[in-house]
Design a protein around this ligand. Structure first.
Ligand code: NAP
Length: 308
């Protein structure tokens, strides 16, 4: 089969002839991929910064939506024809930028019928990241003041929605074009990050003491976000840029973890309309290299997907 991927770490993305998927083991399913997400994180895989379990030559891609084609002997929950989404890392075989994909059955979630293949494909990584940051790392509680720095992005937007659903008072940093959309997602206050003194504006909103908790979702933005956090508060960053500890603030650097149970709950919220993600563009598999360039540009204006 023709997949989009790399022949060696750091190589350009191109179409590669790969073997058809091997026979399934007991806990695996074979998916017919309908769409696959493309994110900045795929560039990290391409250049060797994230070991997803597969070795080049390989298809890239760590999230997808598609139809179950076959299921291993020990799989009870999924049957051929089911529409699902997944973040199947560590990869059992190839990445998701491929027509067919082997995934562990435990890492699938049902695609809500109202949700497009594109949205379902682009959802797993940012949604799991957002939930793991707000729930597992920061344990956000109702009534807390929560800063989301980089709320205009796909992952940042989901954090705004999930923070608001947890009952937090969400303060978001955005560019002018994202202001309205992020307010509609549930941000109580929005601040333009183009103003260098935006952390001071956030402090002013909080009566000068700073927010109880903050998430940084903007590349290189964690130290600015830290300035807006109260003494003894919590900061989590998802862009590998943890600042040095100061003022008793706890700092954590979070990397997405595959979790089928969490993805199923999040998928339900997507189906209910409590969560959403905008799709900026979809490309055919053969244009994966172009899609990746768009996704790594930092201002795609929504999620980038490959459709098959
Ligand atoms: N650690 C992990 O497991 C993990 C998981 C998911 C994502 N990430 C990383 O988290 C980052 C954000 O992900 P994403 O999916 O939200 O990316 P994205 O959708 O590409 O985010 C792009 C948006 O970020 C905003 N932005 C750009 N520069 C900014 C700045 N200096 N300050 C504040 N906002 C800025 C812009 O919003 P405006 O439109 O408002 O200007 C832009 O539209 C990426 O670097 C990604 O690789 C890490």
């Amino acid at each position: 089969m023709q997949v989009a991927g790399i022949r060696s770490l750091g190589a350009r993305v191109e179409m590669i002839e790969a073997d058809e998927p091997r026979p399934l083991t007991g806990d695996e399913v074979l998916l017919e991929v309908r769409a696959a997400g493309v994110g900045n994180w795929d560039e990290i895989v391409r250049t060797g910064g994230w070991d997803t379990g597969a070795k080049p030559p390989m298809a890239l891609g760590v999230e997808a939506a598609g139809t179950v084609r076959a299921a291993g002997q020990a799989v009870g929950e999924w049957t051929p024809g089911d529409a699902v989404m997944t973040h199947p890392v560590p990869l059992r075989d190839q990445g998701t930028w491929a027509p067919r994909l082997i995934a562990p059955a435990g890492l699938l979630a049902r695609k809500p019928p109202s949700v497009s293949w594109e949205v379902a494909a682009a959802f797993p990584v940012p949604a799991l990241t957002a939930e793991q940051v707000l729930g597992d790392a920061l344990n956000i509680r109702a009534g807390e003041q929560l800063l989301i720095h980089g709320a205009g992005g796909v992952t940042g937007g989901l954090m705004v929605a999930l923070g608001s659903l947890r009952g937090a008072q969400v303060i978001a940093t955005v560019g002018p074009e994202s202001r309205q959309r992020v307010s509609a997602l549930g941000a109580d206050q929005v601040v333009d990050y183009h103003d260098q003194e935006w952390p001071e504006q956030v402090r002013a909103i909080t009566g000068r003491h700073g927010v109880a908790a903050a998430v940084n979702a903007a590349r290189g933005g964690a130290s600015s976000a830290m300035r807006a956090v109260a003494d003894g508060g919590r900061l989590a960053t998802i862009t590998s840029d943890s600042p040095a500890q100061e003022r008793g603030i706890s700092v954590s650097s979070i990397y997405v973890r595959a979790d089928g149970n969490q993805l199923r709950k999040l998928a339900q919220r997507l189906g209910d309309g409590q969560l959403e993600i905008p799709i900026a563009a979809s490309y055919p598999l053969a244009d994966a290299a172009q899609a990746l360039i768009r996704a790594t540009g930092g201002h795609a204006g929504g999620a980038i997907v490959l459709t098959l």
